[in-house]
Structures are given as structure tokens and as C-alpha cells.
Ligand binder design. Structure first.
Ligand SMILES: [Zn+2]
Length: 243
């Protein structure tokens, strides 16, 4: 409707150029969307990877704790076997001094065992807490993974649709542009390449609707008369008078 109103007050080439600009704008937007999709996919994949890394980190920490517990248990078993040896030696000795020395070694070894057992208890507590965190993170990751994979699937469907739509738009644009005067088309395309979506702009309050510079009275009157195509003397855009 807006386009029809403009038609009455503008240069005869302008309605067609404006329609071409609309088509180009749609093509530009489709391309922008298409560029955004792979970036969006990359971003969500990064988030998913971060969650997965957290699961792996907790798992690694858990394995490290289990390994430490095993090492402590082996150390305790070694000390306990020594305690048994000391006790056997005590049974066979007749020297009081040696008996006493062995008693000291037994007490010292038993206190070491006790300290190591405390360490194991601490590690078991830590393991319990970490197991809980690990399981929570693991289920969070699985939920997130389903969500992200669904999102990626949708984005890929969207991409396919956009690509199909873009092909159609390009075909329509090609057919539409084929009916244009070549010089006019080249001029428009040159401006549109530098100023996508705003190669043709309305005059607003005697200023260019693109660069907003105030135009000379002469330019303003030329645009208003609609007798020729007028270009902004500052930015080169094609001007039209919206009444
Ligand atoms: Zn301008």
C-alpha cells in the first residue's frame, strides 16, 4: 500500500527499484540468519563440552581418591604385617631391653596405622560428597545434552529451510532484475553493495534519509519534481520524496 502511494509522487523507475531493494533486503536478512546458525551451533556445543569436561573432572578426582585409599590400605597392611613380626620377635626374645624396644616399635606402628585410618575416613567422606556431586553433574549433563541436541537439530532444520528460501529469493530477484535497464541496475547495485538495504531512501525534513545530511534547495526541488533520479550529494544514495 505504502509503495502504491509513493508511486504517484516519484520517478517512474523508483517503484521498481524500491521493490528490488525490498527483495535485496530479504536476501540480506536470510544470509545474516544463515551466518548466525553455525555460530549458534558452535556456541551451544561449547557449553555442552564444558559440562562434559566437568563430569570428566569429577570422575578423575573420584578415581584419584579411590587410588589414594587403596595406597593407604596397602601401607596399613604393610605396617600391620610388621607389627605381627615385632610381636613374634617379642615372643622369642629373652632380653628385656629388646622386648621393650619392640614394644615401642609396636606402639609407634599402631599409632601410624591409626593416623592412616583417619586419613582413609577423611577420604571416604570426601569420596561420598564428590560421588553425589558427580552423579548430579552427570545427570545434568545428560539432560543438557538432550536439550542441546534437540536445539541443534532444530537449527539445522531452520538452516535448510532458510537455504531453500534464499534460493527462491535469489531466483525471483534474478528474474525481476532481468527486466531492468542495465545502467540503472548497475548504479543501484553499486550503491546497494556499499549500503545494503538503504540504497534508496526517503527525504525527511529536507535531509537524506540515509546519511541525514541536509540537502541543498536545488537537490530538494529536483527530488520533489520526480523528473529525474536524484542522488544524495553526500552519500550517493538514491532519493525519493515520500508524500
Ligand atoms: Zn545521503
Amino acid at each position: 500500500m505504502l509503495l502504491l502511494i509513493y508511486c504517484i509522487f516519484m520517478h517512474p523507475s523508483l517503484p521498481r527499484l524500491l521493490k528490488l531493494q525490498q527483495m535485496d533486503q530479504k536476501i540480506f536478512e536470510s544470509r545474516q540468519f544463515l551466518v548466525r546458525i553455525p555460530r549458534e551451533i558452535e556456541q551451544v556445543q561449547k557449553q555442552l563440552k564444558a559440562e562434559q569436561e566437568l563430569v570428566s573432572r569429577y570422575k578423575k578426582e573420584l578415581l584419584q581418591i579411590e587410588l589414594s585409599i587403596k595406597e593407604l590400605e596397602e601401607e596399613i597392611a604393610g605396617i600391620k604385617s610388621k607389627i605381627n613380626q615385632y610381636k613374634l620377635q617379642q615372643l622369642s626374645t629373652r632380653k628385656n631391653e629388646e622386648y621393650q624396644a619392640l614394644s615401642h616399635q609396636i606402639v609407634s606402628a599402631e599409632s601410624k596405622v591409626s593416623a592412616l585410618e583417619d586419613k582413609i575416613l577423611e577420604l571416604l567422606d570426601k569420596k561420598e560428597m564428590l560421588s553425589k556431586t558427580f552423579k548430579e553433574q552427570e545427570s545434568k549433563f545428560h539432560r543438557f545434552s538432550d536439550e542441546i541436541n534437540g536445539k541443534i537439530e532444530n537449527l539445522l532444520i531452520q538452516k535448510k529451510m532458510l537455504e531453500k528460501n534464499l534460493d527462491q529469493l535469489l531466483e525471483e530477484r534474478k528474474n525481476y532484475a532481468s527486466g531492468f535497464d542495465q545502467q540503472l541496475l548497475q548504479n543501484y547495485q553499486r550503491i546497494a553493495a556499499a549500503k545494503p538495504g538503504s540504497a534508496i531512501v526517503p527525504v525527511t525534513e529536507e535531509s537524506c534519509g540515509g546519511c541525514h545530511m541536509k540537502m541543498t534547495k536545488q537537490t530538494y526541488l529536483k527530488v520533489k519534481s520526480s523528473e529525474e533520479l536524484v542522488f544524495c550529494e553526500y552519500c550517493g544514495r538514491i532519493l525519493f520524496f515520500p508524500q
